[in-house]
Design a protein around this ligand. Structure first.
Ligand code: HEM
Ligand SMILES: *[C@@H]1O[C@H](CO)[C@@H](O)[C@H](O)[C@H]1NC(C)=O
Length: 497
C-alpha cells in the first residue's frame, strides 16, 4: 500500500502549492467550474465516473465549459455536432504538445521535440502500419495467433477436454503474446519469461492512470522498478537478436539510431511505449468483442455463418493441424462481424481526445457559438457521451450487433437533433491524433474471432452482469471491473508434435 501514502504526500504537496494558482473567467470564455476543492477541483468525481460528472456539468452549464481537474483547467466540448470544428482547428490546437508532456512521464523517454526531426519521422513511420503494409502484418499475426492458440488449447486432460479460464485472463494471454511477437519478432525468451513479462505489464498498466494524472514515478517505487524491468526487455542489444520483427519496428529502430545522444535505455523506453499503445487497448477490446458475441446467441450464429460463407467452409470445422489463411478481401467482407466489433467498441470505449492551444484564439464551434481560448489551454472531446446518447443510439446500453448495418451494408447515417453527424464512432480518436494502428487492430480482432469460432467451442459460465472499470475513464477501452469465467475446448484437436 505504499502507493497510497505516496499519492497522499503528493496531493498534499500540490494542495499547498495550489493556493496561488487560480484562474478567473475572462470575457468570451466558456463557463468556469472550479468545484469546492482547491487544486483538485472535480478530480475525484471524474476519477469515479467521468461520464456522469460531465453529463451533470453539461446539463447545468451547456455544451462547452471549463472544469478544474487535478490542477488542470480542461475545456470540454460536449456537442458532437461541434466535434468537426475542434478537429479542424489543427493549426491552433495541437495534439503532440500534449503527448510530448504525457509520454515521457509515463514511459520514461525524453520529449521528442528535443530531437530535431524525430517527431516528424516517427509520424511518417506510422504508414508502415496500414495500406500496402497491412496484409503482411496481418498474415504474420494470424500465423502467430494459430501457434499461440494451439498451445493454449492443448489440454492436460487429453484432446477435446474442456478447460476453464477467466475470459479476460484468456484474452490478455493471447493478445499480449501474439501482438508482442508480431510487432517485435520472435524472442529468445522462454514461454515462462514471457509470462513474467506479461505479469509486469499488467502491474504497470494497473498503475497507468496515476502516471497519466502526473503522479511522479519516483513516488511509486514498485511501479518504477517494474517499468525499469519492462524497459530493459527492449534493450537494443536484446532486440538485435529477435527474429523477424515488423517493418514498423525495424524502421523505428533506424530512426532512433540517428540520434546518438539518445541512450540505449531511452531507445528501449520508446519501444516499450509502442508495446503499451499496441496492446493496452487491444486486450480489453478483444475481451468485449468476444464477451458480447458469446452473450448473444443470434449474434454468434450470424457471425459464425458469415465467416463460413466468406471462407467457403460450409459445415467444416478446422483442426489446429490444418493451415488456414485469410486474405484482406475476405476480412473486408465480414460486415456482420465488423458491425458487432464496432458495437462492442462503442459500448466499452472511454477515450478522451485532447488538444493544447498554441496561441490565444477564438474557437468557432457553429454559426452562433465561439469561445476565446488562451495559449496553453487544454481542450477535450469525450466521445463516450456521444456513444451513450439515446438520440443517436436508441437504448444505448443494449448490445445490438447489427446496429452499424443497413441492408447488410455499413450504415453511414447517424442523426442527432435530426441532423446527420460527421463523427458518430470514435474509439480511435480523431484528426491528427487518430490511432495509426486502427486498421491493424481491427484486422487482429477479426482474425481472433475467426480462429476462435472456427477452431473451438467456447461458452460463458453463469455470472453477474459486468460493469466497466470507470476508474480508467479517458484512457481508452475500459476493462470490466471483474473477470468472467468461461470454458473452452478445441474441436477436432489432433495431438501431435
Ligand atoms: C482496439 C485497439 C486500439 C484502440 C481502441 C486504440 C486507440 C487509440 C487512441 C484513442 C489513440 C489516440 C490517443 C489520443 O488521442 O490521445 C491511439 C494512439 C496510438 N495507437 Fe492505438 N489503439 C488500438 C490499437 C493499436 C495498435 C494495435 C497499435 C499498433 C500496432 C496502435 C498504435 C498506436 C500508436 C503508435 C499511437 C500513438 C499515435 C501518435 O503518437 O500520434 N494502436 N490509439
Ligand atoms: C466500423 O468502424 C470503422 C471505424 O472505426 C469504420 O471504418 C467502419 O466502416 C465501421 N463498420 C461498420 C460496419 O460500421
Amino acid at each position: 500500500m505504499d502507493w497510497i501514502a505516496a499519492v497522499l504526500v503528493f496531493v498534499s504537496l500540490l494542495l499547498f502549492l495550489s493556493a496561488a494558482l487560480g484562474r478567473r473567467r475572462r470575457e468570451g470564455e466558456p463557463p468556469l467550474i472550479k468545484g469546492y476543492l482547491p487544486f483538485l477541483g472535480h478530480a475525484f468525481e471524474f476519477g469515479q465516473d467521468a461520464l456522469k460528472l460531465l453529463t451533470k456539468l453539461q446539463n447545468k452549464h451547456g455544451d462547452v465549459f471549463t472544469v478544474l481537474l487535478a490542477g488542470k483547467y480542461i475545456t470540454f466540448v460536449m456537442d458532437p455536432h461541434m466535434y468537426p470544428a475542434v478537429v479542424k482547428h489543427g493549426r491552433q490546437l495541437d495534439f503532440h504538445e500534449f503527448s510530448d508532456q504525457m509520454a515521457p512521464a509515463s514511459f520514461g523517454y525524453p520529449p521528442m521535440r528535443k530531437f530535431s526531426g524525430m517527431g516528424e519521422q516517427v509520424q511518417r513511420s506510422f504508414r508502415l502500419l496500414h495500406g500496402d503494409h497491412l496484409p503482411a502484418l496481418s498474415k504474420t499475426m494470424l500465423r502467430n495467433l494459430l501457434q499461440v492458440m494451439k498451445h493454449h488449447f492443448r489440454s492436460d486432460q487429453g484432446p477435446g477436454a474442456w478447460q476453464e479460464s477467466g475470459l479476460y485472463e484468456f484474452c490478455h494471454r493471447i493478445m499480449f503474446e501474439v501482438s508482442l511477437v508480431t510487432i517485435y519478432g520472435h524472442q529468445i525468451d522462454t514461454r515462462e519469461d514471457l509470462e513474467h513479462l506479461r505479469d509486469k505489464f499488467e502491474k504497470f498498466d494497473s498503475m497507468f492512470p496515476l502516471l497519466v494524472a502526473r503522479v511522479p514515478i519516483w513516488l511509486l517505487r514498485k511501479t518504477q522498478t517494474v517499468r525499469k524491468e519492462l524497459i530493459s526487455h527492449f534493450h537494443p542489444q536484446r532486440m538485435a537478436k529477435w527474429d523477424n520483427p515488423s517493418e514498423f519496428i525495424k524502421h523505428r529502430s533506424e530512426i532512433l539510431h540517428q540520434y546518438n545522444t539518445l541512450g540505449d535505455l531511452e531507445h528501449a523506453a520508446h519501444h516499450f511505449a509502442v508495446l503499451w499503445a499496441s496492446v493496452g487497448n487491444t486486450i480489453p477490446a478483444a475481451f468485449w468483442v468476444v464477451y458480447y458475441l458469446l452473450s448473444s446467441p443470434e449474434a454468434l450464429s450470424t457471425v459464425r455463418s458469415e465467416i463460413k460463407a466468406v471462407l467457403g467452409l460450409e459445415d467444416k470445422q478446422l483442426s489446429f493441424s490444418e493451415d488456414f489463411t485469410l486474405t484482406h478481401e475476405q476480412l473486408e467482407k465480414l460486415t456482420y462481424m465488423e458491425s458487432a466489433l464496432n458495437e462492442s467498441l462503442r459500448l466499452s470505449t472511454a477515450s478522451m481526445n485532447i488538444r493544447v492551444a498554441l496561441e490565444d484564439f477564438s474557437l468557432r464551434l457553429d454559426a452562433k457559438k465561439s469561445f476565446n481560448m488562451r495559449k496553453g489551454d487544454t481542450i477535450a472531446l469525450y466521445p463516450q457521451s456521444m456513444h451513450m446518447d439515446p438520440d443517436i443510439y436508441p437504448e444505448p446500453e443494449v448490445y445490438k450487433f447489427d446496429r452499424f448495418l443497413e441492408d447488410g451494408k455499413p450504415r453511414m447515417e447517424f442523426l442527432k437533433n435530426n441532423k446527420r453527424l460527421h463523427y458518430y464512432l470514435m474509439p480511435f480518436g480523431s484528426g491528427s491524433s487518430m490511432c495509426p494502428g486502427r486498421f491493424f487492430a481491427l484486422a487482429e480482432l477479426k482474425q481472433l474471432l475467426c480462429v476462435l469460432l472456427l477452431y473451438s467451442e467456447i461458452e460463458l459460465l453463469p455470472h453477474a452482469p459486468l460493469k466497466l472499470d470507470m476508474s480508467r475513464s479517458g484512457l481508452g477501452i475500459l476493462p470490466p471491473t471483474k473477470d468472467v469465467q468461461m470454458r473452452f475446448r478445441a474441436c477436432n484437436f489432433e495431438p501431435e508434435e
